[in-house]
Design a protein around this ligand. Structure first.
Ligand code: TRP
Length: 349
């Protein structure tokens, strides 16, 4: 019994964890696409603070980072009036539905999650239970809005597949109850990943084979959204390259991870393709290309960083946006949760 996607109202949901600095990888890989989707879908964008504490966070720092991610959403162009922007912990239904999903998902499914294995590392006994159960909370995030489309990076694809498995098993396990309560054959949609485009995977400026990451000890490896023009220029100038000029065709990038990364970043910032960029810069020396990349990065990121700083100076205004978004999210999530309670067989007043 497959859920008919067409039976559900199209809705986009995605989340960003408030841990550490936001960088170019977060922008090109996630937030920039969130912005683009606003014209085509109703969107719910969530600062997933409950996911963040699966690994211990310094409380004062966590508060600051929740506001910073919110500021980045707004500064990048997400409209919190037309869409919903909020932080997860203000909508209790996420945790509530996650519990039901903990009882639907199987241990065997969670045991296959590669991200848990990576994050828990060798000392698995000492990882939090939350880190292990993380994907069921992610499923609840999406499905408490019965969202149909989820923009995520490659690294979250497995978690999204698990969300689909949970939705499907819930629909099956409670099929009769779902029908008798008048919800048709399926209560939850099977959410689709939206994995798009060129260079959504931004690599480290110091090593073209490693993802750009907030946990890299070298700040030179990433461009932060709040870096000023001089810092951006310095980081691009110091970015690792190889001695050859740029190739004139895309296949020439295949064995050159650093060149590929810089061309990919340029393409994503310019809304162009790698091939298009190489048409212009093929055979150019890196010094030439890097100065063009610096100009482009400063032009695109400068205003975002400046707006983020301006917003961060008014935390009360950010908190008001989150309060408004949370109230609107709660209405939707509360409706779903009431139906889930009826379907599962809980008594409610
Ligand atoms: N797990 C995602 C990440 O680390 C964040 C996230 C939490 C998320 N809940 C989500 C993404 C729901 C998409 C949909 O990047």
């Amino acid at each position: 019994m497959l859920a008919k996607e067409s039976a559900f109202k199209q809705l986009v949901f995605s989340g960003v964890q408030p841990t550490g600095n936001l960088h170019l990888g977060n922008y090109l890989g996630a937030i920039k696409r969130f912005v683009e989707l606003q014209d085509r879908f109703d969107c719910v964008y969530c600062v997933v603070d409950m996911h963040a504490i699966t690994v211990w966070q310094e409380p004062t720092e966590l508060k600051k980072t929740i506001r910073e991610v919110t500021a980045a959403f707004i500064a990048c162009g997400i409209d919190p009036k037309k869409h919903i922007v909020f932080n997860q912990s203000q909508v209790a239904e996420h945790a509530e539905l996650a519990w039901v999903f903990n009882c639907v998902a199987r241990l065997g499914w969670l045991n296959r999650m590669t991200q848990f294995k990576e994050k828990a590392g060798k000392d698995r006994e000492n990882a939090s239970v939350g880190l292990y159960a993380y994907p069921t909370l992610m499923a609840a995030d999406i499905l408490v809005y019965r969202a149909t489309h989820v923009p995520v990076g490659e690294d979250q694809k497995q978690h999204l597949e698990l969300s689909r498995d949970i939705a499907q098993k819930f629909n099956n396990d409670f099929g009769e109850s779902i029908r008798s309560h008048g919800f048709g054959d399926a209560f939850f949609p099977l959410p689709e990943p939206l994995i798009t485009g060129e260079a959504t995977r931004v690599m480290s400026l110091r090593d073209g084979t490693k993802k750009m990451s907030k946990s890299d000890p070298s700040d030179q490896s990433r461009i932060n959204l709040t870096d000023d023009a001089d810092t951006i220029a310095l980081k691009v100038r110091r970015a690792k390259t190889d001695p050859e000029p740029l190739p004139s065709e895309e296949k020439g990038l295949r064995t050159r991870p650093e060149a590929d990364n810089l061309v990919g970043i340029y393409a994503a910032l310019a809304d162009a393709t790698r091939a298009g960029v190489l048409k212009e810069y093929g055979n150019a020396q890196f010094s030439t290309f890097k100065s063009a990349l610096t100009d482009l990065a400063v032009a695109k990121l400068g205003p975002i960083g400046a707006e983020m700083k301006r917003l961060m100076n008014d935390p009360a205004a950010i908190d008001a946006i989150l309060a408004d978004g949370s109230a609107r999210a709660r209405k939707l999530a509360g409706g779903t949760m009431n139906s889930v309670k009826d379907i599962v067989g809980f008594v409610r007043s």
